[in-house]
Design a protein around this ligand. Structure first.
Ligand SMILES: [Zn+2]
Length: 478
């Protein structure tokens, strides 16, 4: 095992922030360092990950990161780390935490009518991050600990999301700062719109998507008689704001940008997740039969997934064969890791493990970055007692994804099968640490120590233990 990469981000040693953040008692400080912002975001992220709201679907999150990074490259801070993730919430919303953590509600993913609209929302959020909007509000707060600042970041977001919760948040915050926040809001939104539009344009998406999306939300609000979608509350829209955006884009030529297949497959997955398996089968059959709505490749992808869920393995395999032929007729769709992942699941359901293993060997070579495929392959390897091959695969993947809890869990299983107790508990410790469960992580490190190992291994454990205990101590502070 390598050194805990976690500690680079959550380092509480004196080199970084010491006991909480220095100088925060001084209200004149309005700027956090990039490291402080990252730490606050990371802390908030541990809480979000531990909550049921985090949408734990590697394919959806990988897609959001691919799209997000394409936009980040054209932002003011192309070198900054970002993390895009989905929230299981049907309210239409998206939000940005300090340090580049951007959440997108499933409701928003289902509401946007094109990938350009989604890109428009993400660009706006990226601009909030690169302009340090939330960070500036937090920096102005009197607060003496990282954890409390992270809690504050979450409280502000929750307050914007939910007016009832806002009252509670206001009570717990200084009225003066709250007022300051409200003054900020309008300027922030205009700035994020302007910079977001620039990012969107440079990234070759349709910039008309931004006013189209806002107008649609506003129309929805009128229908709901004032019950505004969360997005309009977190990013208040005034008539000026939409007019301002329209003025910027109307002179520019309209460009039609086709949606990527992954965009459509992600949406299909979310649509299916709202339905029971039989309902999903009926829905996608209907969509395909009458050719009424949507993209036929995406609809058939939904149908195969629903058939699998309903244990109709033979029909799933038949529809998958049709899906592959259909996908070939679209040049852009020829290589989709999401279709390969689904194909692997069909193969596994057919219970021919030898054929499935051969399939995964090729698929993983073709799509080494697609985590959902890796999880399934590693799991199948373990079921077939190929623990060493699994360990090797997982070690390579952990270099790419050092905070991936599922990879650590699979690695712990692989080590357990090889009777490597120290490594097993060490991997389990990282899994718990990334879930924010520091007590359980420390317990696993103690078990790893008891298992015994080389001098080097044991000293690595000692240093991880020391750092986790420091983190625990820092967290305990108000
Ligand atoms: Zn905004």
């Amino acid at each position: 095992m390598n050194k805990l990469p976690l500690l680079l981000l959550l380092c509480f040693s004196p080199c970084a922030v010491g006991d909480g953040l220095p100088d925060l008692g001084d209200i004149s400080q309005t700027v956090l360092t990039p490291l402080q912002e990252r730490q606050i975001g990371q802390q908030s992220m541990l809480q979000i990950r531990a909550s049921r709201q985090f949408l734990d679907d590697a394919e959806i999150n990988d897609y959001l990161n691919q799209l997000g990074y394409r936009l980040v490259e054209n932002s003011a801070e192309p070198g900054q780390s970002f993390e895009f993730f989905a929230i299981n919430d049907y309210n239409i919303n998206a939000f940005a935490m300090p340090g580049g953590f951007i959440g997108v509600n499933s409701g928003l993913l289902l509401t946007v009518q094109s990938e350009s609209e989604l890109a428009a929302v993400l660009s706006h959020e990226i601009a909030h991050v690169t302009q340090h909007h939330l960070a500036r509000i937090i920096a102005g707060q009197q607060s003496d600990g990282l954890a409390s600042m992270a809690a504050l970041a979450i409280a502000i977001l929750a307050a914007r999301n939910n007016p009832q919760a806002a009252e509670a948040a206001i009570v717990s915050m200084q009225a003066r700062t709250m007022q300051k926040r409200l003054d900020f809001t309008r300027t922030h939104e205009q700035e994020a719109d302007r910079i977001g539009l620039d990012i969107l344009q440079k990234s070759n998406f349709s910039i008309h998507a931004m006013p189209e999306f806002l107008n649609r939300l506003q129309r929805a609000t009128q229908l709901l008689e004032g019950h505004a979608p969360s997005y309009l509350r977190t990013h208040p829209i005034t008539g000026d704001r939409v007019a301002d955006i329209e003025n910027r884009v109307y002179k520019l030529p309209y460009r039609l940008v086709p949606d990527s297949l992954n965009f459509q497959l992600v949406r299909t997955k979310l649509i299916a997740a709202q339905k029971t398996a039989p309902d999903a089968i009926a829905y996608f059959n209907d969509a395909l039969g009458a050719q009424k709505h949507g993209n036929p490749v995406a609809q058939r992808y939904g149908l195969v997934g629903a058939l699998l869920r309903n244990n109709e393995v033979n029909r799933a395999a038949q529809e998958l064969a049709v899906l592959r032929i259909q996908a070939k007729s679209y040049p852009l769709y020829r290589n989709s890791p999401m279709i390969e992942t689904l194909a692997g699941q069909v193969k596994r359901a057919e219970k021919n493990d030898a054929a499935a293993l051969a399939f995964y060997r090729t698929a993983v070579e073709n799509f080494p970055q697609h985590r959902a495929l890796i999880y399934d392959y590693a799991d199948l390897l373990l079921q077939n007692s190929h623990a060493e091959t699994a360990s090797q695969l997982l070690t390579e993947q952990l270099v790419r994804h050092p905070s991936d809890v599922k990879l650590y869990d699979l690695q712990a299983r692989a080590y357990a099968m090889q009777n490597k107790r120290l490594e097993q508990h060490h991997a389990q410790a990282y899994s718990y640490a990334w879930q924010g469960n520091l007590y359980a992580a420390i317990e696993q490190l103690e078990l790893a120590k008891q298992a015994g190992g080389s001098f080097y291994q044991l000293s690595t454990l000692e240093s991880d233990l020391r750092e986790l205990r420091e983190m625990l101590e820092a967290r305990g502070k108000p």
